[in-house]
Write a protein that binds this ligand. Structure first.
Ligand code: MG
Length: 377
């Protein structure tokens, strides 16, 4: 395990889980190009540098650890990523420990995705981002073999993608003003609230722009009556929905708020994966689906189907991620009411070129798989 950890902390090393030792990216230890009929998983840690300090109701940071994965098969390479904001409990160490146990060489057909992903899921509980990094790489790989992007394989229409929101974090009035001015190309802004500066934040943004806003409280409100008063005020300010207003372990308060709220109330922290969604319609009007919470594209698609069957709104969200995981989520976006896929725009060291925001709208291209190209290694 000590050797594994050493590999995990060197950005120059990529470890093959075939047991064949270390290899530089693109130069695996065994012949995996051409006719190799087994799947091979590689992973390496990476640290995203945020352009601005990112402040939520309960935390603040300038970097995000990610794990970059790739699966090689018969000369094709599929890319994946695990994004692991510290407050969610995964890290370079946990992802290394988990991915070291994933032996994809036991599979010779990447299209048996259900079987492969079930195997990965059963290796250990938890680890949703690490699992997503395998799921995304597998989708990228199979899409490339089929020479089609996943939104097309799913039969979705590229023109149905939603506008994406751009996130304004909590800050001083001057910084908020400046960030709002910089966000001019976006048709909807997502404002992080949950502290005693909430009204100041909204008033400052409204002094600059009239675009619709959505607000994310990140569980920051604790009094449901005050929360309801605030939602009525926010509605007058042109806010269109409220995300995770109260702590996730208080379903009764969140349900009361949803019942009385003039705006849709979206569950985020309270709804990680498919299991959490089963009864969530009794508490929230919609769900924020994120690949890093729900183990990847496979389960995310199942969640969209279940949410729709329960007449829930669907939002697609993200963590701070490279264009790899963002482009993977974007494949699902024609099925969403709202997208919040700006995580790649918040970082200064992206490694991929992928989904673009054009005039504020998620824009999908004809590239196969999850629609990315690696631009740096
Ligand atoms: Mg949220």
């Amino acid at each position: 395990m000590a050797a594994t950890m050493a590999a995990a902390f060197s950005p120059l090393l990529s470890r093959s889980v075939t047991g064949a030792g270390l290899a530089t990216p693109g130069n695996p230890p065994r012949s995996s190009g051409g006719g190799d009929k087994t799947l091979k998983l590689f992973f390496e840690p990476y640290v995203l540098q945020l352009k601005h300090t990112f402040t939520l109701a309960n935390s603040s940071r300038t970097t995000t650890p990610v794990m970059l994965t790739r699966i090689e098969y018969e000369g094709f390479t599929g890319y994946g990523e695990a994004s692991m904001p510290p407050y969610l409990g995964e890290s370079h160490q946990t992802a290394t420990a988990f991915l070291s146990k994933v032996d994809l060489t036991r599979f010779s057909d990447p299209f048996r995705m259900e079987e492969i992903l079930e195997y990965v899921d059963r290796i250990a509980p938890g680890n949703p981002a690490a699992k997503a990094s395998v799921d995304i790489a597998l989708h990228d790989l199979t899409g490339k073999i089929m020479k089609q992007p996943w939104y097309k394989i799913w039969g979705l229409s590229a023109e149905k993608t939603p506008d994406t929101s751009f996130t304004i974090g909590m800050d001083t009035a001057e910084v908020v003003r400046q960030k709002t001015l910089e966000a001019a190309p976006y048709k909807i802004l997502k404002v992080k609230l949950g502290r005693d500066t909430d009204k100041m934040m909204i008033k400052t943004i409204r002094s600059v722009t009239r675009v619709p806003l959505c607000v994310d409280i990140n569980q920051g409100w604790t009094d449901r009556k005050k929360a309801l008063e605030m939602i009525y005020w926010l509605k007058e300010q042109g806010v269109v929905f409220v995300e995770q207003p109260m702590p996730r372990d208080r379903p009764d308060d969140n349900a009361w708020l949803t019942q009385h709220s003039p705006l849709p109330v979206i569950g985020d922290e309270a709804i990680q994966g498919l299991n959490d969604l089963i009864d969530a319609y009794q508490v929230y009007s919609g769900v924020n689906i994120k690949l890093m919470k729900c183990t990847g594209m496979w389960e995310a698609r199942e969640m969209v189907t279940l949410a729709r069957a329960q007449q829930m709104k669907v939002m697609l969200g993200c963590m701070t991620e490279t264009s790899c995981a963002i482009s993977a989520a974007a494949q699902l976006s024609p099925m969403a009411d709202w997208a919040d896929l700006d995580g790649n725009l918040l970082i200064g060291n992206d490694l991929f070129d992928g989904m673009k925001i054009v005039n504020g709208k998620v824009t999908l291209f004809d590239r196969p798989g999850i629609g990315i190209k690696k631009i740096k290694s």
